[in-house]
Design a binder for this molecule. Structure first.
Ligand SMILES: Nc1ncnc2c1ncn2[C@@H]1O[C@H](COP(=O)(O)OP(=O)(O)OP(=O)(O)O)[C@@H](O)[C@H]1O
Ligand SMILES: [Mg+2]
Length: 259
């Protein structure tokens, strides 16, 4: 059964989508079967991988709201192990359209349950809010990973995020775990950034990934070519960091061989 991981931080522009795209890509490159779920009406994870979001005939919306089988809204990316469930602006109405629908918090959970057997990992990219879409994503997930930008105010809002996770756990999904935080956009020449790393480690003792994602212009350029960093500039330091991060995620999830 595939492990379902949500990337969540209600702060905008902290690297959720960049992390979702590149984590999924390197998991698939490592031989895992991976589905990237774009749960953000901005559709950045979809367009960043070359999908024409303006002209999408089928998207996550059609499965979540219209009830299409999830397989009908899944597209193949680099290879047969690497898939995406794309989204666009249409998803923005989903929460409202589902008003009154019974058990709507479990719609995404149920939909992903139908296909999770086909995957080793399902990675969910969330919008920058703690609204209903993000909550649907959390309910569907086994684990949350929080991308934290190595900048001043990085920890701002984390209390509210952890509280939301706790509420979801108490009321909707008792098995939801915090997988940890991953530090993004780190600039080693910036002394403040080193302080932020220390602070994040103090905040999540033992739960911060060793891989730190550097700030590099190549990571920002890749999506405009519709490519992951692996397909855009595989030797770039950002590429190496995301590959190492994906390997950490694999190592944390691969159970030791049964004796
Ligand atoms: N490590 C990095 N180095 C340089 N630029 C980066 C890096 N990570 C992300 N960016 C750029 O920063 C911007 C925000 O990143 P991204 O879209 O991944 O954040 P986000 O948290 O998904 O944003 P939103 O909250 O709007 O969904 C983008 O333009 C992206 O290309
Ligand atoms: Mg995003």
């Amino acid at each position: 059964m595939g492990k379902i991981i949500s990337l969540v931080n209600q702060k905008g522009g902290v690297g959720k989508t960049t992390t979702a795209i590149n984590l999924a890509t390197y998991l698939a490159a490592a031989g895992k079967f991976v589905l990237l779920v774009d749960l953000d009406p901005q559709g950045n994870a979809s367009s960043g991988l070359g999908i024409d979001v303006m002209n999408l005939e089928k998207s996550l919306y059609h499965s979540l709201v219209m009830g299409l089988h999830p397989k009908e809204v899944i597209f193949q990316l680099d290879n047969e192990r690497h898939h995406i469930m794309p989204s666009n602006q249409q998803l923005a109405g989903a929460a409202v359209e589902l008003t009154g629908v019974e058990q709507r918090e479990y719609r995404l959970y149920n939909l992903l349950r139908e296909i999770r057997g086909d995957y080793d990992f399902i990675i969910i990219d969330s919008p920058p809010s703690l609204g209903l879409l993000t909550v649907y994503g959390l309910v569907a997930s086994d684990e949350v990973i929080i991308p934290v930008q190595a900048e001043y105010f990085a920890l701002e809002g984390l209390g509210q995020l952890l509280q939301t996770i706790e509420l979801v756990r108490e009321n909707l999904q008792p098995n939801l775990k915090i997988g940890g935080a991953v530090i993004t956009m780190f600039d080693r020449r910036n002394r403040l950034a080193h302080g932020v790393v220390k602070e994040v480690r103090a905040h999540f003792p033992g739960h911060v990934f060793d891989s730190i994602i550097p700030r590099t212009v190549r990571l920002a350029e890749a999506p405009s070519f519709g490519k992951s960093i692996m397909n855009f500039d595989a030797l770039n330091k950002g590429a190496r960091a995301y590959k190492a991060f994906a390997n950490e995620v694999i190592a944390r999830n691969d159970l030791p061989a049964k004796s």
